[in-house]
Design a protein. Structure first.
Ligand code: ADP
Ligand code: MG
Length: 574
């Protein structure tokens, strides 16, 4: 997994190198600096040569400037590296998710995908930046500082070292407490966010029940809990900072006292004492970083593992290596003894056989849950059959490329999904390179043009989130215009008008009849009146296909269809 993780550095090798070496130089300068101070005090000061002191000072200034610049480079480029890797991963994940099959989305919560794409990748990005660099630098400065201290005075170095485990323990303990506090705080802010989302997107329901006060109270409660959690987090943080501050000052003081004693005894020069105190600080600094890494590493790696699990999930529906692209299908559709189930334990379709001629309109009717929608989902290969085969123009759909197959099929469903944007953008979703004339023609055929003419900005009107500003009938027409533009030889209408009132349904039906012209059309209809003109009717029940024939033939046959018919029309009549 580590190797996999590092493979994401590859495209940014140069950035990593620059960042890494700059960091090493910064660390090295930090290690050299106290020695320079020592020399300054012990040699330069004693010599009393002012000119030399000035020259050396200027030299030191130059080194400071260099170090400052490099620190800027490390901070900026390091984060750039992190965000680059994060962006790459996010793009890879999004692309991957977009290509998953329907089965994947049936079983995956949207919220989980969202948190993979945001939170997890944020942690991974942080680790990618701080991980290797900080680990290396921390170890380098720590051992370097200790080694030099030992060289100056072993006794004093060991005294300092004894304090180190204490410090590490303290810092680690604080980090764990802080981590817990932050996690709790994140949970609380998620609750607040969920409340806001619910209350805002459901505001119409809230106000129609006049439940504003109720919502405000609920919100206040969650908001208060969040405040409390965040205060705890800040208290832990303040406590951490002050106790670490105290420990480091204690250590410095200890070194100062013991060092003074040694200096008085003549075991240590004044310069050495100063540089020793400075080294103590160099020694302490990386402890903080190491402890932060100890926390960052498991978090980032856990995120990376979840990321990796998602990336490794292969879509169930894939092109065969020798899949053929199909263009301009005629639209002959045939099911040959098809069995299908969403999960192994419950069969949905068994021994389904039927054939639709090019240009024919066939209606599927039957009770809800019989599998009509499922039959239609198999044609564009949203799912693969368990047994049998589905042929279009005598070719198995699994031998075609997914992309070309789906480009030949248009679908209009009961609930229309529209995207935030303008009317024009939503129609053009059916054909991304459509000209203005084509878009207008499609709108006209869908009888959408009158609607558009009445909108304030015409084609440029924003339709709101999921088309919220349009009525059900208008949305359905937009969906039909989209398919007109796509102009596929095969059309699936899955209860396209079931959600509409009879009046609107009748009007939309005209557009649908136009759309069905010269295309192979499979209609699923709830209201039998809408399929009066179908060439053929296929009745599907839980037992499979039980009847087929023309509308009149089936009435004549006095079977399942005739019964359905009787129920609907006696209901409507009364
Ligand atoms: P119809 O369109 O005739 O009302 P469907 O094809 O939607 O029926 O559903 C047929 C059966 O398959 C039902 O029992 C339904 O519960 C089940 N089903 C439909 N979609 C899924 C799915 N995505 N995952 C699992 N089961 C499903
Ligand atoms: Mg259905």
């Amino acid at each position: 997994m580590i190797r996999k993780f590092f493979s994401y550095y590859k495209p940014h090798k140069r950035l990593f190198m620059i960042d890494f070496f700059s960091a090493i130089i910064v660390a090295a300068l930090e290690l050299v600096f106290p020695i320079a101070v020592q020399r300054f005090v012990d040699d330069l000061l004693k010599s009393g040569n002012w000119d030399l002191i000035v020259t050396v000072s200027i030299l030191l200034l130059a080194v400071y400037l260099l170090s400052t610049f490099l620190q800027y480079v490390v901070s900026y480029l390091g984060h750039k590296l992190g965000i680059n890797i994060e962006t790459d991963m996010r793009e890879e994940l999004f692309t991957h998710v977009q290509r998953q099959s329907f089965g994947f989305f049936d079983n995956t919560k949207t919220g989980h995908i969202m948190s993979r794409i945001t939170n997890d990748l944020f942690d991974i990005g942080e680790l990618a930046h701080h991980g290797p660099e900080d680990a290396f630098i921390a170890v380098m400065t720590f051992t370097g500082a200790f080694w030099i201290m030992f060289f100056i005075n072993p006794t004093l170095a060991l005294i300092a070292l004894i304090m180190v485990p204490l410090l590490i323990a303290l810092v680690t303990y604080c980090n764990i407490a802080m981590n817990r506090a932050w996690r709790n705080m994140y949970g609380k802010i998620a609750d607040v966010n969920a409340r806001v989302e619910d209350a805002v997107s459901g505001v119409r329901v809230v106000q129609s029940f006049t439940n504003e006060e109720f919502e405000i109270n609920r919100f206040q409660k969650d908001n208060g809990l969040f405040r409390k959690a965040k205060l705890v987090a800040y208290r832990v943080m303040a406590w951490t900072h002050s106790s670490i501050y105290m420990m480091t000052r204690l250590l410095t003081l200890l070194v100062l006292v013991v060092g003074s004693y040694l200096t008085i005894n003549g075991d240590l020069t004044h310069g050495e004492l100063i540089s020793f105190v400075l080294y103590t600080n160099v020694l302490i600094k990386p402890i903080d970083k190491i402890s932060a890494l100890l926390e960052l590493y498991p978090k980032g790696m856990a995120g990376f593992k979840r990321f990796q699990d998602l990336i490794e999930e292969q879509p169930d529906i894939q092109d065969k290596p020798d899949a053929q692209p199909v263009n301009e299908l005629k639209g002959h559709v045939q099911f040959q003894d098809v069995d299908f189930s969403y999960d192994r334990y419950k069969s949905v379709l068994k021994h389904i056989n039927f054939e639709v001629e090019p240009g024919e309109t066939v209606a599927f009717v039957g009770p809800s849950g019989a599998g009509k929608t499922t039959i239609c989902s198999l044609i564009p290969r949203f799912y693969d059959v368990d047994k049998g085969s589905i042929m279009i123009d005598k070719m198995d759909v699994s031998d075609m490329t997914k992309h070309s197959l789906r480009s030949q099929i248009g679908i209009v469903q009961q609930d229309v999904f529209l995207f935030t944007g303008t009317v024009r953008e939503n129609i053009a979703y059916g054909k991304k390179d459509a000209t203005e004339a084509e878009i207008r023609d499609a709108a006209k055929r869908a009888h959408l043009d009158e609607v558009i003419a009445s909108l304030p900005q015409g084609y440029d009107t924003q339709i709101g989130e999921r088309g919220l500003k349009l009525s059900g009938g208008q949305k359905q027409r937009l969906a039909i215009a989209r398919v007109f533009l796509k102009n596929p030889p095969i059309l699936i209408l899955d209860e396209a008008t079931s959600a509409l009132d009879t009046q609107t349904e009748r009007i939309i039906q005209k557009s649908l009849n136009d759309l069905a012209e010269n295309r192979t059309t499979l209609v699923i209809a709830h209201r039998l009146a809408t399929i009066r003109d179908a060439d053929r009717v296929i009745v599907v029940t839980n037992e499979g296909i039980v009847e087929q024939g023309t509308y009149d033939e089936l009435i004549e046959a006095d079977g399942v269809f005739a019964k359905l018919h009787k129920i609907q029309f006696s209901l409507n009549g009364s």
